[in-house]
Design a protein around this ligand. Structure first.
Ligand code: GTR
Length: 417
């Protein structure tokens, strides 16, 4: 009960009150025209895969960097790792739990993230993995008392994590179910990478890089995406994990970050967006649920300064979110929504996925096989873009995980288990 209450408070604290005047009426969505992912900014049509790859893809990537998420610093940071702890008989012998500290830089006081890794025991050869950041600290992922409690600030300056939160996020991390299907689970606390509050980009990994002109400076979504790539650097060296089969996933703000990471870093084999909404998979031009003005006001530290000029002027953004999804192509992409998560605009997320379809098809991939907004819990698992909408609220559930693993199995040509 105590746990449930904590989880509830935690969830509520993440979701600011939805402002009056938010449109939830489909008949009141004004008409909009999406920019064509297959037409260059100067109007030239993209005629083939090579032109997409060499010209249009870099053009779109640069627009998202400059205008939306901010420019990710190019400088390489040398990582230092240390295995803090390992137990080969975790989860009743199903898994090996490993906690690996990853320092961003050689300095003894360099910032670090702790990776929590579960490897399925008894696997033959390297295993595919699901990688995703968590919202509350690794100790919230499972009730297991061996998991280190994060020392990073939680959600607000000076707010520390506590023992009482142990396992409170475990319904979103069904470790047993995942390792039983032969996948490793890898996670880290997003606040280890960049604490989620507006501090003028002084803390977290932002502090590792020189400040730039604020207009295109990377925000927190960019920093979390960067952290996902650093986790991938570590996985490339983990001998039990097949780095060519890493599925990157993220929920809500972390779904936005996962899409941005997957767009920039092509080492991620599959990318999953769960309830990512505005600034994620949902079309910005569709006026339904959260708006650009609202997200920029409630979370001024998430995006580049330039993005604020589009508050209330979504039609002038040179990109829309279907183009972010198209940057994942030809790699498999999965988008999902929840029926009661109207703030994230489920239909806008589906239309984002559909809008990426022509790029997949240009690249010779099947794209999204459904063209109409599907019925609840009728997942589309074939094709290179998967989608489902499930019953219930803004959350991550076993239903979602089941579809993600079914989708990944198909793409990795693994027999269903
Ligand atoms: C909400 C925000 C959404 C989404 C969500 C979350 O308050 O408006 O865009 O990111 O938080 O991350 O849980």
């Amino acid at each position: 009960m105590h746990r449930l209450l904590l989880l509830l408070c935690f969830t509520l604290s993440l979701a600011p009150a939805q402002p009056p005047g938010t449109n939830y009426d489909e008949t009141k969505v004004p008409k909009y025209t999406l920019p064509d992912p297959l037409v260059m900014a100067d109007g030239t049509p993209v005629k083939d895969a090579a032109m997409w790859r060499k010209q249009r893809r870099p053009e779109i990537l640069a627009l998202f960097s400059e205008q939306v998420y901010g420019v990710t610093p190019k400088a390489k940071v040398k990582l230092r790792t240390e295995v803090l702890e390992m137990d080969k008989s975790a989860h009743g012998g199903l898994a090996t739990r490993k906690q690996v500290r990853v320092w961003f830089g050689p300095a003894s006081d360099a910032p670090f993230m702790d990776l929590l890794i579960y490897l399925p025991n008894g696997a033959k050869g390297r295993v595919p993995a699901f990688l995703g950041l968590n919202f509350g600290g690794n100790h919230t992922v499972q009730p297991d008392t061996e998991i280190r409690v994060t020392k990073s600030w939680v959600r607000a300056k000076g707010n520390v994590a506590t023992e009482a939160e142990r396992g409170t996020g475990s319904s979103r991390w069904p470790v047993d179910m995942i390792v039983k299907r032969g996948y490793a689970v890898v996670t880290a606390y997003y606040g280890d990478i960049d604490p989620d509050f507006d501090d003028g980009f002084k803390n977290g990994v932002h502090a590792l890089f020189p400040r730039t002109s604020s207009a295109n400076e990377w925000g927190s979504l960019g920093a979390w995406a960067w952290g996902m790539s650093r986790a991938m650097d570590v996985l490339e060296k983990e001998k039990e994990i097949d780095a060519a089969r890493v599925v990157l996933h993220g929920h809500s703000r972390l779904g936005k970050a996962a899409l941005w990471a997957g767009a920039q870093d092509e080492r991620f084999a599959v990318v999953i967006s769960n309830d990512s909404g505005e600034g994620g998979a949902a079309l910005a031009r569709r006026q339904f649920g959260e708006t650009t003005a609202r997200i920029n006001t409630a979370f001024p530290h998430w995006f580049a300064g330039n993005f604020k000029q589009y508050n209330g002027k979504e039609d002038t953004i040179p990109v829309d979110q279907h183009m972010l999804l198209a940057l994942i192509a030809p790699r498999p992409l999965y988008v999902d929504s929840a029926l009661e998560d109207e703030w994230a605009d489920p239909k806008g997320e589906f239309l984002g996925a559909l809008g990426a379809d022509p790029v997949y098809r240009l690249l010779g991939m099947p794209g999204l096989l459904v063209k109409e907004f599907p019925a609840v819990e009728k997942p589309t698992l074939d094709g290179s873009i998967g989608y489902h909408i499930r019953k219930g609220k803004h959350d991550v559930t076993d239903y979602d995980w089941t579809q993600w693993m079914n989708f990944a199995d198909r793409h990795f040509k693994r027999a269903a288990r």
